[in-house]
Design a protein around this ligand. Structure first.
Ligand code: ADP
Ligand code: MG
Length: 217
């Protein structure tokens, strides 16, 4: 099944230069797409278009068959889990446990269900020892895993990570990769924006490169 279909989208911030020009691609269930390209070529912008935060000037983006221009940001957010380029910006709760369960609290989940879900996530992401720790004291790699856990809690169909390996040592990179593979076993689609070509090669079945487009400008 096609999770995401990007059809001939174009986008520009200023009138001088088209940043994204008639771009098309698809992400299928269980598939992982690596997006690579130099700094400033429009990778994060593309993610914001997919999330509905920005609107394409031309073209249509379909999420599970629905035109996202007809969906609310909340509805899009139910299908997509987004870990930002700097995940620290999306962590704001006093403890790891509260960070993971925040989305469940605001959706009115029952206490017992929240507790069960928390245990499942702590177990899946191996966070037992950090459960009561403040997210702000975590290392870069731990923050990345926590942000991933917090966006995975509502079982998104598509997971988007923007430059997740920045600043991670090989061990933490491998750990992140391990959880991504584990998540993908459940049929999740994955979009991974990265400078790290070997990481992309290891974890993505397909690659979208901005390099050639960039060179031709
Ligand atoms: N809100 C904005 N307004 C105007 N220009 C922007 C804005 N955000 C990003 N840009 C510009 O758009 C280009 C692409 O940015 P971005 O998508 O963040 O690139 P990447 O993620 O590939 O490094 C850059 O030249 C950047 O300066
Ligand atoms: Mg970026």
């Amino acid at each position: 099944m096609t999770l995401l279909k990007v059809e001939q989208i174009s986008f520009q911030y200023s009138t001088e230069k088209m940043l994204i020009d008639k771009l098309s691609f698809e992400v299928l269930e269980g598939e992982s797409l690596g997006i690579i390209g130099p700094n400033g070529c429009g990778k994060t912008t593309l993610l914001k278009l997919i999330l509905g935060i920005l609107k394409p000037i031309k073209g249509i983006i379909y999420l599970e068959g629905m035109d996202i221009s007809k969906m609310t940001l909340g509805k899009i957010g139910e299908s997509i889990g987004y870990v930002m380029q700097n995940p620290e910006r999306q962590l704001f709760m006093p403890s790891v446990a509260e960070e993971i369960t925040y989305a469940l609290h605001i959706r009115g989940w029952k206490k017992k269900m929240i507790q069960n879900k928390l245990e499942e996530m702590i177990d899946f992401f191996d966070l037992k020892e950090l459960e009561h720790v403040s997210p702000f004291t975590l290392s870069g790699g731990e923050k990345q895993i926590l942000a991933l856990a917090a966006v995975s809690v509502l079982k998104p169909r598509l997971l988007i990570l923007d430059e997740p390996t920045t600043g991670l040592d090989p061990l933490r990179k491998a750990k992140l990769g391990y959880f991504l593979k584990k998540l993908q076993k459940n049929g999740l689609g994955l979009i991974l924006v990265s400078h790290d070509l070997s990481f992309v090669k290891n974890f993505c079945s397909d690659t979208l490169s901005f390099y050639s487009a960039y060179r031709s400008i």
